[in-house]
Design a protein around this ligand. Structure first.
Ligand SMILES: Cc1cc2nc3c(=O)[nH]c(=O)nc-3n(C[C@H](O)[C@H](O)[C@H](O)COP(=O)(O)O)c2cc1C
Length: 222
């Protein structure tokens, strides 16, 4: 098998007329769908760390190091669900197949790292180093989303299923249970595992995707 470096070099050397890269990337992007029913089988050892390693290559504003990951496996996953769905509510949860996912990856961002980075000489003129309120678009959330997508696609490339979902009001309890430093806030969680053949559909997925032509603003001033 080719090493990652050899593979990347071979992609660079591809005949420009080859559509191999195009097809592979489009296949991953268009073929990925959220998975809400998982088998209990665990990921191979090191897979979750590999997914985080891929996320390191996601774009990040100012190349800031403001993202961290929490990988939960085995009893930690059960602890996560016990914290977020206490008092036996798990029995009524409409997505029991989600609770079987062997691994959860939580993405955390630290806005202070962004303020510090944007206070550095090459960025200070932006004024973004002053305070969080200077950011009309807080890039830590944007970068968190980029990292999440990298994980979803990297998992898809290994035929693994994923679901991105919110942590919301459980954030502080999760922080406390898993010793997450105060300055971090959660972007969301990604369940990762082997999807079952039958998937219970979410209502959201019944909504049709608009066509690209409907998504692009028309510039009527021209
Ligand atoms: C920010 C974000 C939050 C989401 N939260 C949830 C969630 O809490 N529960 C869930 O089942 N799906 C969640 N989803 C998945 C969406 O429902 C799903 O991406 C959308 O319906 C399109 O389906 P697809 O990703 O399978 O194409 C979330 C997706 C995103 C991007």
């Amino acid at each position: 098998m080719l090493s990652l470096g050899q593979w990347l070099r071979s992609l660079k050397n591809l005949d420009p007329k080859s559509d191999l890269k195009h097809k592979a990337v489009l296949g991953l992007l268009k073929g990925r769908r959220m998975t809400r029913d998982f088998k209990e089988s665990p990921l191979e050892l090191g897979t979750a760390e590999e997914l985080v390693d891929v996320a390191r290559y996601a774009p990040r504003a100012g190349n800031t190091d403001g993202i961290r990951y929490l990988i939960l496996e085995n009893t930690e996953v059960s602890d996560y669900w016990a914290i977020t769905m206490p008092d036996d509510t798990q029995h009524d949860f409409p997505w029991p197949g989600l609770l079987k996912a062997p691994t959860l990856i939580l993405i955390w961002v630290n806005s202070t790292e962004y303020l510090d980075r944007y206070s550095e000489a090459d960025k200070s003129r932006s004024g973004l180093g002053d305070s969080e309120s200077s950011w009309s678009t807080p890039y830590w959330w944007v970068d968190g989303g980029m990292a999440a997508m990298a994980i979803l696609i990297a998992a898809e490339s290994q035929n693994l299923g994923t679901l991105f979902f919110g942590v919301f009001e459980h954030e502080n309890m999760i922080k406390s249970r898993f010793d997450i430093p105060d300055e971090f806030n959660v972007v969301g969680a990604i369940a990762v595992g082997h999807g079952t053949a039958e998937q219970r559909k979410s209502k959201s997925t019944l909504r049709k995707r608009l066509e690209a032509k409907d998504l692009i603003f028309k510039n009527n001033k021209n």
